[in-house]
Design a protein around this ligand. Structure first.
Ligand code: ADP
Ligand code: ZN
Length: 524
């Protein structure tokens, strides 16, 4: 009989995990790592990323080194593995010196299959020295999008992981993440020096999720809270997650839900670790528990029967949106993802980004990602299709169950406005950001020079208010007709897909927006 590494892997999957077969791209990823090659795997949340490296680590000789960003997550995984009879351990700052040397001794004497470490832990040269002469089966980098400034959750600690290839030549490395658009994927490959790695991107389809977005009627918190309570009460007895943008909001909504008779549990980073653990355990154990949380709650939470995820405040990017919504319906049964959003939210998001101490280029990327998310929320494209396109699935079909598919909104033809905006960007040669383009269209550029006032697009859009133009530009970015390219921290707007732009110019593709900005109808 021919030796077949994949059937050995399948046996391990069945024996250790009790799963009958691989699903999605797991088998292809595992085969690649078993063959000793580098891999980047982008699999949706719940797609089973862990076994992609755990199984090859068990099969290949040597220790599997897993780099994971969160101690809580590491602890859970290691405990679960131990219960399954896998020889796993973790090295993190929570261990005593004795425990540490115990773990390292076990690694040295070949008594470990998997060792979990944090990226900070690896930054200290001491640990790397100790690992240097051990035979490694593989190196797995979990939540690999954290290495990228283009991702939505950049962590500087991850930067040092780029050295691993040099330090451990010949050891296959596997980077996994649930969220990486094309650019983030390229950046992960470059930053981790995964030259020649096989890249696997699984479909982001989650057909059991019913997505919707509801525009907040006012900026009033009380109204938003009342809306959230109504949504939760309509789902009585179901387990769910309500995401809030701030700790205060989280406490407030949890209290209101409790008063309304819901088993709500608040969860945020202002609570001490043990308290958070208790709350997480309650959420996992109790029926009909509703976690009201900030983004401190999330990565790695694996509760199968979460029936809804509600964003009382929207997240910061489509990646975060999909990751958070993706916590619903992991059992494959129908589940709701409902996002409340309003103009004050995007302003708040952008202001918060502005105040964060980070690289201008990173800031520009985060800003663009936030805008894209809001454009999707306020857009008229099938939600699931929009998200999947964002992740590169250009041929994704409409879902049929989201709010847009169920009840298509009335749209306003913005084709003429779009033509004007595209022409202006073209004339301006991609040298300017959106504010300047709006000024140009409305003829309000300060100290405009003759070269600019002489352009045919100068002041061509006086009939539409600047906010209306911003909406149109947002929409064009989301459609990929315009792209915003951060350049030394200042995002420049440039033309996108030339074929689709031509189609808009020719009037073959209509551009439609949901909102009627001031003065808008006059243009069409
Ligand atoms: P994520 O990709 O979100 O990290 P996990 O690795 O935590 O996903 O896996 C999610 C769940 O799916 C786990 O409960 C895991 O045991 C289960 N799972 C993984 N692979 C399979 C499979 N091939 N068949 C059935 N269940 C699987
Ligand atoms: Zn849809």
């Amino acid at each position: 009989m021919i030796h077949d590494p994949i059937s050995a892997a399948r046996d391990t999957l069945e024996r250790v995990w009790g799963h009958a077969d691989f699903r999605g791209l797991q088998a292809s990823v595992v085969a690649e790592v078993l063959a000793g090659r580098d891999v980047l795997a982008v699999l949706p949340t719940g797609g089973g990323k862990s076994v992609c490296y755990q199984i090859p680590a068990l099969i290949r000789p040597g220790l599997g080194l897993v780099i994971s960003p969160l101690i809580a997550l590491m602890t859970d995984q290691v405990e679960a593995l131990k219960q399954q009879g896998v020889r796993a351990a973790r090295l993190d700052s929570g261990l005593s010196l004795d425990e540490r040397s115990g773990v390292l001794r076990a690694a040295r004497s070949g008594d470990l299959d998997l060792l979990y470490v944090s990226p900070e832990g690896l930054q200290s040269g001491a640990l790397l020295d100790r690992l240097a002469d051990l035979p490694l089966a593989l190196i797995a980098i979990d939540e690999a999008h954290c290495v990228s400034q283009w991702g939505h959750d950049f962590r500087p600690d991850y930067r040092t992981l780029g050295r691993l290839g040099q330090l451990f030549p010949g050891v296959p490395r596997i980077a996994v993440t649930a969220t990486a658009d094309a650019r983030t994927r390229d950046d992960i490959l470059a930053s981790l020096h995964l030259d020649g790695a096989a890249v696997f991107v699984d479909s982001f389809a989650r057909p059991n999720l019913q997505l919707s977005a509801v525009r907040k009627e006012s900026a009033s918190r009380a109204k938003t809270d009342a809306h959230v309570i109504e949504l939760v009460r309509a789902r009585k007895g179901q387990s769910g997650v309500v995401y809030c943008g701030s700790r205060d909001g989280c406490e407030r909504v949890a209290d209101a839900l409790k008063s309304a008779g819901t088993n709500a549990i608040a969860y945020h980073a202002g609570m001490a670790g043990p308290e958070r653990d208790r709350r997480l355990e309650r959420f996992l154990a109790e029926d009909g528990a509703v976690m009201v949380a900030t983004i401190a709650f999330g990565m790695g939470v694996d509760k199968a029967d979460v029936r809804f995820v509600i964003h009382a405040d929207p997240p910061g990017s489509l990646e975060a949106y999909w990751q958070e919504i993706g916590r619903a319906g992991r059992d494959g049964e129908p589940a709701d993802g409902i996002t409340l959003y309003g103009p004050s939210d995007i302003a708040w998001t952008l202001r918060r980004l502005e105040g964060r101490p980070m690289d201008e280029a990173v800031k520009a990327v985060q800003t663009r990602k936030a805008r894209q998310l809001f454009a999707m929320l306020d857009g008229a494209t099938c939600r699931a299709q929009a998200v999947r396109r964002y992740f590169g699935e250009t041929d994704a079909d409409v879902c049929g169950v989201c709010d847009i598919c169920q009840d298509p909104p009335a749209l306003h033809d913005a084709t003429v406005a779009a033509q004007k905006a595209l022409a202006a960007v073209q004339r301006l040669g991609g040298r300017y950001g959106r504010g300047r383009i709006v000024d140009h269209l409305t003829g309000k550029t300060k100290d405009a020079q003759p070269w600019e006032t002489g352009l045919s697009t100068w002041g061509i859009g006086k009939d539409i208010a600047p906010t209306g133009w911003r909406d149109v530009l947002d929409h064009l970015m989301f459609e990929g007709l315009l792209v915003e390219d951060p350049n030394e921290g200042k995002p420049l707007v440039m033309l996108g897909d030339p074929e689709r732009i031509r189609a808009v110019y020719r009037g073959e593709t209509r551009v439609e927006v949901r909102r009627t900005p001031p003065g808008f109808d006059a243009s069409s």
